[in-house]
Each structure stands twice: as C-alpha cells, then as structure tokens.
Design a binder for this molecule. Structure first.
Ligand code: HEC
Length: 104
C-alpha cells in the first residue's frame, strides 16, 4: 500500500520535471524543421552546419542571431534562400535557428 503511494508521488514528480520541457518545444517549429531543413542539416558530408550540435552553431551565432537568420532568409553559400521553405516567415526562421542550434 505504502509503495503504491510512493510510486504515484514519484510519477507526479517525474511529470512535473519533464512536462514543461515537452511544452517548451514548439511542435510547429519541429515540423518545419523536419520538412524543410533536416535533409541538409543532419547529412554527414554536407557542408550545412549540423543541427543540435551547439559547438558548430556557437561560432556562427557569434556573428549575432539576426545576421545568421538574415543569411538563412536570403540564402548563403549552398544554403538556399529560406532553406527552400516558402511558407516560412522571418519569425519561423528565427525559431528554426534557435531550435537547430540547441543541443538535443
Ligand atoms: C539544400 C540544403 C539545405 C536546406 C534544405 C537547408 N539548408 Fe541551411 N544551410 C545549408 C548549407 C550548405 C549551409 C552552409 C552555408 C555556408 O556556410 O556556406 C547552411 C547554413 C545555414 C545557416 C547558417 C547561416 C549562417 O549565416 O551561418 C542557417 C541558419 C540555416 N542554414 C538554416 C536553415 C533552415 C532554418 C532551413 C530550413 C527552413 C535550412 N537551413 C535548410 C544547406 C541547406
């Protein structure tokens, strides 16, 4: 009996710890990333900065988030303008850069 109560409390505690993180991750951004950016940004051998590798992104982001987002919007080297996402807005691109540049 006591163990069951303890388990319940443990589950509630785990929920409190993990649920806010799940909500903090924006589903729409994750969907855009999977549809438009993932193909290049996870490929080994591609010169695209690998997503979720913060050591790669931190040096790019030293130029400023606005600059990095701006070059992604306009196109940069082999990076197509807007990452070929025609439905993306500037704000979406900013969310995507934040999402891709954090470790996972
Ligand atoms: C066709 C492949 C391709 C797709 C699709 C693509 N990228 Fe890229 N991306 C690249 C390459 C290659 C680079 C590296 C360009 C360079 O440094 O010369 C890059 C660089 C970037 C950079 C860094 C720009 C900078 O100033 O350092 C950002 C930000 C970026 N991409 C965001 C995105 C986002 C967001 C998407 C999806 C909407 C996306 N990319 C889709 C190939 C791609």
């Amino acid at each position: 009996m006591c163990r069951i109560v303890l388990m319940k409390n443990l589950i509630i505690l785990l929920c409190l710890i993990f649920v806010p993180n799940v909500y903090a991750q924006d589903e729409y951004t994750a969907e855009l990333y999977e549809s438009y950016c993932q193909a290049c940004h996870t490929a080994f051998g591609s010169d695209a900065p690998r997503a979720f590798d913060d050591s790669i992104w931190s040096s790019r982001l030293e130029r400023g988030l606005d600059v990095v987002v701006g070059s992604a919007v306009e196109g940069f080297g082999n990076m197509p303008a807007m990452g070929s996402c025609m439905e993306c807005t500037y704000e979406d691109m900013e969310d995507l850069v934040r999402y891709m540049s954090q470790p996972k």
